[in-house]
Design a protein around this ligand. Structure first.
Ligand code: ZN
Length: 272
């Protein structure tokens, strides 16, 4: 059995502030360690129930967070950026199941450190009238390859958001959101134990969860935090400016949608 893990940092127990999540944050290196060990717990759980191959994709920020040497030796790690499929780089139909570690809620929702891909650029992302956060968008990418997302860890509200897409998803709640930069956290050791056990249960019953998808054709809307961002993205020929803050485009292919969303956000980042 081949297992794919997408690992973010905002939903890791003990991570509550940009000092933890930003490259130059004073507590970033500590948060990287917490993230690495939660991923390890997931890998150990997967191996204990018979996984043959475990590929981890470092999915936060620079995508160079996990301490490679501390990662379980029976895993492989996708490290670095840019990546065409970003938080889902490396996913393919060769995997039997995907697990998301350290996930968080979408921008504008309650939930610790909520954002969608880039908290300085994106206000919301909709496909066919449904607003998705990172969980939903990444689950759609997995679904394209017929891979079910069978497990998620994060705060209580991130789990709730995941359940809106996949109601029977297995999960581990490692912290309770109090507000955007405050949470009640499990001890790291306890969080890892929960993730390990949750992973085992998820993999043993992975066939109960279907790959996540929505029907094409797709109309995508990306709403930005200020008009200057939309001004830059509107330069792209496939994009329509439908409101001062919002661009839209159409596609029949969810992977094309994901790549265009990511490209728009990266281009938006060049706005003054
Ligand atoms: Zn992140």
């Amino acid at each position: 059995m081949n297992i794919y893990i997408s690992a973010d940092i905002e939903g890791v127990s003990g991570v509550v502030h940009s000092e933890h999540t930003s490259r130059d944050g004073k507590e970033h290196d500590y948060a990287r360690l917490l993230m690495t060990e939660e991923v390890n717990a997931c890998i150990v759980g997967a191996l204990e129930v018979g996984a043959k191959r475990v590929v981890v994709n470092d999915s936060h920020g620079t995508m160079r967070n996990i301490y490679h040497e501390k990662l379980h030796p029976k895993s492989e790690l996708i490290l670095g950026s840019p990546k065409k499929l970003a938080m889902m780089e490396g996913i393919s139909s060769e995997f039997d199941a995907a697990l998301f570690i350290g996930y968080h809620t979408k921008m504008g929702q309650n939930g610790i450190l909520n954002h969608t891909f880039n908290g300085k650029i994106v206000k919301s992302i909709e496909i066919n009238g449904i607003e998705f956060g990172e969980f939903g968008l990444n689950a759609l990418v997995a679904g394209y390859f017929n891979v079910p997302v069978i497990f998620v860890s994060g705060c209580n509200l991130a789990i709730k958001e995941a359940e809106e897409c996949i109601p029977n998803i297995n999960h581990s709640i490692v912290k309770q959101t109090i507000n955007r930069t405050t949470a009640l956290n499990l001890h790291p050791v306890e969080a890892r134990e929960l993730i390990k056990e949750g992973t085992k249960k998820a993999i043993l019953h992975y066939e109960q969860i279907k790959p996540f998808s929505i029907e094409p054709p797709y109309t995508v809307k990306v709403e930005f935090l200020h008009t200057g961002l939309a001004d830059v993205v509107e330069i792209l020929p496939f994009v329509k400016r439908i409101e001062p803050l919002t661009i839209s485009f159409n596609s029949n292919d969810i992977i094309e949608c994901y790549r265009l969303i990511r490209s728009s956000i990266m281009l938006g980042g060049s706005a003054g």
